[in-house]
Design a protein around this ligand. Structure first.
Ligand SMILES: Nc1nc2c(ncn2[C@@H]2O[C@H](COP(=O)(O)OP(=O)(O)OP(=O)(O)O)[C@@H](O)[C@H]2O)c(=O)[nH]1
Ligand SMILES: [Mg+2]
Length: 221
């Protein structure tokens, strides 16, 4: 029996930074978009519909509060241990693009405490049309805009609208109230985005966010 100090063979499970077995890693999806467009409502809908058969966790980003995480907890969409809040204390886009360390720590903590996961949703703090995620933080990004600001939003472009892997145009139920033409939005989005997909959604009418859920499932498979 060797003395304790002679014990040399590595114990991979002792290393908190060790990759998951078989290189398995959750698909990381960033959800960004302007303030109030429905990012948290979308996260809540996805948690409800995806957690039936997938292992899900969520990281939220707020500037000064944990408002978004609190909303998800109040609505019971996931057990508390599956939700982490990052208080950025700075411009939301800084924490998802320039200094992503707090978000990476939150993801790592979730994976360590929960074991292997299928999908981690990272909600950015609400920003403007310029916010995008670092590819070092997420694998795919969803950009959520809403029709309430008028049908001009896709036409205005910006990196979120033009280059997100999925563009979600939310709150279609409000289109008649604000005189937004969804056909114009679809045409302008297609012109900006080429082959990248765009979906229309009303989270008031579709509490499962079906088109976004389908898109995520196609990536997990
Ligand atoms: N009418 C309507 N309201 C919606 C829809 N989706 C979200 N909302 C409402 O819009 C408001 C903002 O939704 P949130 O999900 O908090 O938006 P957010 O993008 O997370 O906001 P921030 O994190 O503050 O940027 C809430 O009052 C939602 O209930 C929708 O499809 N239709
Ligand atoms: Mg939110």
């Amino acid at each position: 029996m060797p003395a304790e100090h002679e014990h040399t063979h590595p114990h991979p499970h002792d290393d908190p930074h060790a990759p998951l077995h078989n290189g398995e890693r959750a698909l990381r999806i960033g959800i960004g978009g302007p303030v109030g467009s429905g990012k948290t409502a979308l996260v809540a809908a996805l948690c409800r519909s995806l957690s039936e058969d997938l292992r899900i966790a969520v990281v939220t980003n707020d500037i000064y509060t944990t408002e978004d995480a609190d909303f998800l907890l109040r609505n019971g969409v996931l057990p508390a241990e599956r939700i982490r809040a990052v208080e950025t204390g700075c411009c939301p886009h800084t924490a998802i693009r320039d200094d992503i360390s707090a978000n990476l720590d939150a993801i790592e903590e979730l994976e360590e405490s929960l074991g292997p996961l299928d999908v981690i949703l990272v909600e950015s703090g609400g920003d403007n049309l310029t916010a995008t995620f670092s590819k070092g933080l997420i694998d795919q990004q969803i950009f959520v805009v809403d029709v309430a600001g008028g049908d001009k939003v896709p036409r205005k472009g910006g990196p979120g609208v033009t280059s997100a892997d999925l563009l979600v145009i939310n709150k279609t139920d409000l289109a008649p109230l604000v005189g937004a033409d969804l056909g114009v939005m679809a045409r302008d989005a297609a012109a900006r985005r080429g082959d990248l997909p765009t979906v229309f959604l009303s989270l008031v009418e579709d509490r499962t966010a079906a088109p976004v859920q389908d898109w995520i499932r196609s990536l997990v498979r």
